[in-house]
Design a protein around this ligand. Structure first.
Ligand code: AMP
Ligand code: MG
Length: 487
C-alpha cells in the first residue's frame, strides 16, 4: 500500500516512447478541493491507500496539482473523425495523463484545466458530468463490459460557465491506456512512418503482446484490435448501451469503453434509439454501433497501411481481409450472448446442427420492437418464465397474443434457467435514476449518487427494497430524454 505522495511512482513510458504525441503540461490550480466520491476498492486494487488519497496530498494527486517527483504529466495529441469528418488535431483539451501506475494502468485526469489542445474550450468540467462518467463507467464494469474506470471525483471550488454557472470538478480516470484510433490518425497524418511504427510497437507491448510473434506484427495488432472492438460493441448491444459519440478519438486500442459523454442505456427496445442532442442524423444510434465500429476500424487500417506492406495494393488487400474478421467475431459474441440471455445453448449438437434456430434472436428482438418492450426487464423476467412462471413477462405486454406464441416456441427449446440471472441484469443506470442522483449532487446531496453506486455495483443480484431501481422511467420522461456532449 502506498501512503505518501513521494512513494506513488508514475512511469512516463508514453512520454518517453512517443514524445511527438505528448506535451508536458501542468494541471490548473484548484482553489478549494473537496473529495466527492472515491473508489476505495479500485484504489486498493491499484495499490493506492484510500486513506492517503483522502488527505491533502492525496487530493493533490487526484487533481494533478501535486504530482510525485519524477513524473511527467502530459496532454496527449490525437486526431479523429468526428461524425465522419476528419479533424487533424484534437488532443487532450481538458485532460492530462499523469503517468502509469505500477499496475500498468494509466492515471488520467479530466477537467484539469486548459492545455495547448483546448482550442476554444475552458479546459474545465462540471460536477454532474464527471459524476455521470463515474456512475456509468462503474456500472459498465460491474456489468462485465470492458471500460475505463473511475477512481475519484474531486470538486475543485472553481466555477464553470455553461448555460449556467456550475461547480467545477476533476475526474481521476484509470485505463489500460488512452491510445485511440485517433492517436494513430495523428501519427499517420505526420507521414513519419518511424513514428507510426513506434506507436504501433508501444500499442503491441501494452495491449496485444502476442502480435509481436506474428509474421506481420502490425497486421496482427490490427486484427487483435478489431476483435477486441467487436467483442466490446457486442457487449454494449447485449446490455442496451448507447455510447452516443463513437468518433475515432473515442475508440480505444485496448478495447475498453472510453469517454462517457452523451451515453445512456436504452429502455424500450428500438434500434433507432439516440439520446445525444447533437446526433441529429442518428449516426450513433444503438443499432448502428457495430457498423460504426467497423467504419472506425477501416480508418485505423488506413493508418497502418504503410506498416502492412511496402506495396500499397498489397497492403490494402491485407487490410480488407483482416477487417473481415470484425463481422465474424461480432456475430459470434452477439449471438452467443443473446443465446445466454435466452437460456439457450450457443453451440451445435453432435451432428453439427445448431441447437438453437438462427431465427430465435431476430424474432425476439422483432417482438420487443413491435410491442415497445423494456429491453432489460424483458430478459430479466424471462428467468422467471424459464422457471415456469410466464406471468411477469406477459405483464409487460398490452396485447399478449404475439408473446404467447413466442413463449410457446421458446419453451419448446427447453431454456435452462440456470445462469440466466447472471447475464440479465436487474439494475442498470436508468436515465431517470441517474438524472435524479446528479440533480441531488448538484444541490449538494451526494446520498442518491452513493446509493445508486451501491445498487449498480451488483447489477445481477436482486435485493429486497430496491424495486424502484429496477423499474423503467415514466413514459413522459423517456420520450424526451436528451444527453449532452462536451459538458
Ligand atoms: P469529447 O467529446 O469529450 O471526446 O472531446 C472531444 C474534444 O474536445 C477533445 O479534444 C477534448 O479534449 C475537447 N474538449 C471537450 N470539452 C472541452 C473543454 N471544456 N475544454 C477544452 N477542451 C475540451
Ligand atoms: Mg473524447
Amino acid at each position: 500500500m502506498v501512503s505518501a505522495a513521494t512513494t506513488v511512482r508514475l512511469d512516463d513510458r508514453f512520454a518517453r516512447d512517443l514524445p511527438e504525441l505528448a506535451v508536458p503540461w501542468q494541471a490548473a490550480d484548484v482553489p478549494g478541493p473537496r473529495l466527492l466520491v472515491l473508489n476505495e476498492r479500485l484504489a486498493g486494487e491499484l495499490g493506492l491507500d484510500p486513506d492517503w488519497l483522502r488527505t491533502d496530498s492525496g487530493l493533490g494527486l487526484l487533481t494533478g496539482t501535486s504530482v510525485p517527483e519524477g513524473s511527467t504529466p502530459v496532454a496527449q495529441a490525437y486526431a479523429g473523425h468526428q461524425f465522419g469528418g476528419f479533424v487533424p488535431r484534437l488532443g487532450d483539451g481538458r485532460a492530462l495523463l499523469l503517468g502509469e501506475l505500477s499496475s500498468g494502468h494509466d492515471l488520467h485526469l479530466k477537467g484539469s484545466g486548459r492545455t495547448p489542445f483546448a482550442r476554444g474550450g475552458d479546459g474545465l468540467a462540471a460536477v454532474a458530468p464527471m459524476l455521470r462518467e463515474y456512475v456509468i463507467s462503474e456500472a459498465m464494469h460491474a456489468l462485465g463490459v470492458p471500460t475505463t474506470r473511475s477512481l475519484a471525483v474531486v470538486a475543485t471550488g472553481a466555477r464553470v460557465r455553461r448555460e449556467t454557472v456550475l461547480d467545477g470538478a476533476v475526474l481521476a480516470r484509470v485505463a489500460a491506456s488512452h491510445l485511440r484510433v485517433g492517436s494513430f490518425e495523428y501519427a499517420a497524418s505526420t507521414r513519419d512512418t518511424e513514428l507510426l511504427r513506434r506507436l504501433a510497437d508501444h500499442a503491441i507491448a501494452r495491449h496485444h503482446p502476442g502480435a509481436r510473434e506474428a509474421d506481420n506484427p502490425y497486421r496482427a495488432l490490427f486484427e487483435a484490435v478489431a476483435a477486441a472492438q467487436a467483442e466490446l460493441v457486442a457487449r454494449w448491444m447485449l446490455v442496451g448501451f448507447v455510447h452516443g459519440v463513437m468518433n475515432t478519438d473515442n475508440m480505444t486500442i485496448s478495447g475498453e469503453t472510453i469517454d462517457y459523454g452523451p451515453c445512456a442505456f436504452m429502455d424500450t427496445y428500438d434500434p433507432a434509439t439516440v439520446f445525444s442532442s447533437i446526433d441529429q442524423g442518428g449516426r450513433y444510434a444503438y443499432g448502428n454501433q457495430p457498423k460504426v465500429a467497423e467504419w472506425n476500424l477501416a480508418r485505423f487500417a488506413e493508418c497502418l497501411l504503410p506498416l502492412f506492406a511496402e506495396d500499397q495494393d498489397d497492403a490494402v488487400t491485407q487490410a480488407v481481409e483482416s477487417l473481415g474478421g470484425f463481422r465474424v467475431r461480432y456475430a459470434e459474441v452477439l449471438v452467443a450472448g443473446f443465446h445466454a440471455k435466452l437460456g439457450l445453448p450457443a453451440g451445435t449438437d453432435g451432428s453439427g446442427t445448431a441447437t438453437t434456430p438462427d431465427t430465435v434472436v431476430p424474432d425476439t428482438l422483432d417482438l420487443l420492437e413491435r410491442h415497445r418492450i423494456d429491453f432489460t426487464l424483458f430478459f430479466r423476467r424471462l428467468g422467471a418464465a424459464a422457471r415456469g412462471d410466464d406471468g411477469p413477462v406477459l405483464e409487460l405486454f398490452t396485447d399478449t397474443a404475439d408473446v404467447e406464441v413466442w413463449l410457446r416456441r421458446w419453451h419448446a427449446l427447453e431454456p435452462d434457467a440456470a445462469g440466466m440471472d447472471e447475464v440479465n441484469p436487474v439494475y442498470i443506470p436508468r436515465n431517470h435514476l441517474v438524472e435524479e442522483a446528479l440533480g441531488a449532487a448538484t444541490d449538494g446531496d451526494l446520498g442518491p449518487v452513493r446509493a445508486l453506486l451501491t445498487v449498480l455495483a451488483e447489477p445481477y443480484r436482486q435485493r429486497d427494497g430496491l424495486q424502484r431501481y429496477a423499474e423503467p422511467a415514466p413514459a413522459d420522461f423517456t420520450g424526451s430524454y436528451r444527453t449532452f456532449c462536451g459538458t
